[in-house]
Write a protein that binds this ligand. Structure first.
Ligand code: ATP
Length: 202
């Protein structure tokens, strides 16, 4: 039977990866939308050829891979170019994610996406789990992980969906404000619950 899909989201540094890894340890198939976004522009994939045709070979590395920094520079301050790129990549990323989810053999599969709410991807999943942390903890953990300043992290938080907006779309919330042992026990609790659901519904 086709697995139902749980969308996993949360703000930057909320613990999505840590939570996803725990589910994966329990045998749940996990697909990360950010990873899919990297796979679709690998050498040999049609997206890379179209990007090079559009922006020129200057966005390619000497070995033929995508020069992300060069591409970022071209779309950073140019809305039209950014929209062109997004309209090329988004359907490809969606297809890539769907293909991986369809291949899952676990009773349910997880799609991790930092922008699940912002991009409307939440409409394509049966259920939404939000990893939630107080802003202060989010800033401290992310700054430590990325060796970034707290101001830089706060700037990213500003452009993401507001915490309240994310929580409004949540079916389940994992409050990740304790240690990793607590996170693990919360994931185990949710997993036991998810195994009782048919099609993601109670
Ligand atoms: P991003 O959106 O930036 O990819 P994320 O939501 O995937 O972030 P993680 O990378 O999983 O977040 O977590 C952020 C940092 O906080 C990591 O260094 C992680 O190890 C740490 N962390 C996550 N949960 C906990 C916890 N319960 N206790 C201590 N540290 C934690």
């Amino acid at each position: 039977m086709k697995p139902w899909v749980l969308g996993l989201t949360g703000g930057i540094g909320s613990g999505k990866t840590a939570v996803a890894n725990q589910f994966a340890n329990l045998g749940v198939h996990v697909v990360d939308a950010d990873e899919a976004a990297r796979w679709v522009v690998e050498p040999g994939r049609p997206a890379l050829r179209q990007i090079a045709e559009h922006f020129g070979d200057a966005v390619l590395l000497p070995e033929g891979g995508l020069d992300r920094a060069a591409l970022r520079e071209r779309v950073f301050a140019n809305t039209a170019e950014r929209q062109w790129l997004e309209s090329l990549l988004h359907p490809m990323i969606r297809a890539e994610v769907a293909q991986h989810l369809a291949a899952a053999t676990s009773p349910y599969a997880i799609m991790v996406s930092p922008l699940l709410i912002e991009t409307g991807q939440y409409r394509q999943v049966e259920r939404v789990l939000v990893v939630d942390v107080p802003d202060t903890l989010q800033v401290v953990r992310t700054a430590a992980r990325d060796q970034a300043t707290e101001e830089q992290v706060r700037a990213i938080i500003q452009v993401q969906a507001r915490r309240e907006e994310r929580l409004r779309h949540a079916d389940d919330v994992l409050v990740n404000d304790r240690d990793l042992a607590w996170l693990k026990s919360e994931v185990e609790r949710l997993h036991r619950f998810y195994l009782t659901l048919r099609g993601g519904q109670e």
